[in-house]
Design a protein around this ligand. Structure first.
Ligand SMILES: Nc1ncnc2c1ncn2[C@@H]1O[C@H](COP(=O)(O)OP(=O)(O)OP(=O)(O)O)[C@@H](O)[C@H]1O
Length: 301
């Protein structure tokens, strides 16, 4: 996607967004409500027209080659729902038919562990079971790329973790996954790379580790000491920006590599604290510094 713009009337929903998704990665698009995530992903699959910019998905232009793309791409749309009384096996057959791809229904049921649910009505499934079915439906016909929008919204923690495992399995089998989310932990723990979108713009794109390391925010080290230890010698350690003691707690700050140098300096000094802790900046910190607001906060206008 290069320099993508999408406006609804006067309002720009997506402004100058560019990114590239690599094959066989889980690529997350993270942002608050109204950031433009769904618009961008729906343009990717040819469901909405773009105002301007260049988009190529698996070598195809979704605006002009929608039908060819449909065979290579699976998707689960935001707030996906099925008729309450539709049975699991019927949903698979129906989707196989509409996707117009050859599908082995029994193999699909086996792959996604849906055996015990096959004759259950959609409305009787738990949230996690419904999501498992949606992932199975999105992956009918073995698409090269799957787009998942807000997949774990409304799930309890154990169903969310089970869904993440499922997505990792999908990636490990060779499918590229693009995932829209407004959950920080989902971006941090599940995605190989993350694009942060805010108010229609893309403000950063990197691995979760790269985003936090590149944030320029220091790492904080804390440990306790009960004797007359003074941390002043740590100020001479490469990278250390501050070293203070308050009560029994010593706090040291500096860039990531400082952690190793401080540990070495302490050992040399004969200090071996049992509670040497490091606090790295989180993706939440990075998000806040790049957008000026927290992910969970109402977006300032
Ligand atoms: N069909 C439409 N007509 C007019 N404005 C729209 C339309 N669809 C989306 N928008 C606006 O475009 C902006 C981006 O919306 P979009 O749904 O892409 O955001 P999002 O990041 O997916 O948000 P959410 O997490 O709430 O789904 C919002 O301000 C939204 O109100």
């Amino acid at each position: 996607m290069e320099n993508l713009h999408k406006s609804y009337g006067q309002q720009a929903a997506v402004s100058d967004v560019s990114f590239e998704v690599r094959r066989r990665e889980i690529f997350g698009i993270l942002g608050s409500n109204g950031a433009g995530k769904t618009t961008a992903v729906e343009i990717l699959q040819g469901l909405r027209d773009r105002t301007s910019g260049h988009v190529s998905v698996l070598g195809l232009d979704p605006a002009r080659e929608k039908n060819q793309l449909r065979r290579k791409l699976g998707s689960q749309l935001q707030s996906a729902a099925l008729p309450e009384r539709l049975r699991v096996v019927e949903a698979i057959k129906l989707f196989a038919h509409t996707r117009n791809v050859p599908v082995d229904v029994e193999a699909t049921i086996g792959t996604w562990g849906l055996e015990t649910l096959r004759n259950r009505a959609f409305g009787s499934l738990s949230g996690g079971e419904q999501q498992r079915l949606f992932v199975a439906l999105a992956l009918l016909g073995d698409p090269e790329l799957v787009l998942l929008d807000e997949l774990t919204t409304g799930l309890d923690p154990s169903a969310r973790h089970a869904t993440w495992d499922l997505i990792r399995e999908v990636r490990d089998r060779g499918t590229t996954v693009v995932l829209v989310t407004h959950f920080m932990d989902e971006a941090e723990l599940l995605c190989d790379r993350v694009a942060i979108m805010d108010r229609g713009k893309m403000v950063a794109c990197d691995t979760p580790g790269g985003l936090t390391a590149g944030s320029g925010k220091p790492v904080t080290i804390t440990f306790s000491t009960t004797n007359g230890y003074r941390p002043d010698h740590l100020l001479a350690v490469p990278g250390v920006e501050s070293a203070t003691r308050a009560g029994d707690t010593v706090t040291v700050t500096g860039p990531g590599q400082t952690v190793v140098h401080v540990a070495a300096a302490l050992a040399e000094h004969g200090v071996a604290p049992a509670d040497y802790r490091t606090h790295y900046p989180s993706l939440e910190d990075v998000f806040l510094s790049m957008t000026g607001h927290r992910l969970s906060e109402k977006v300032p206008s």
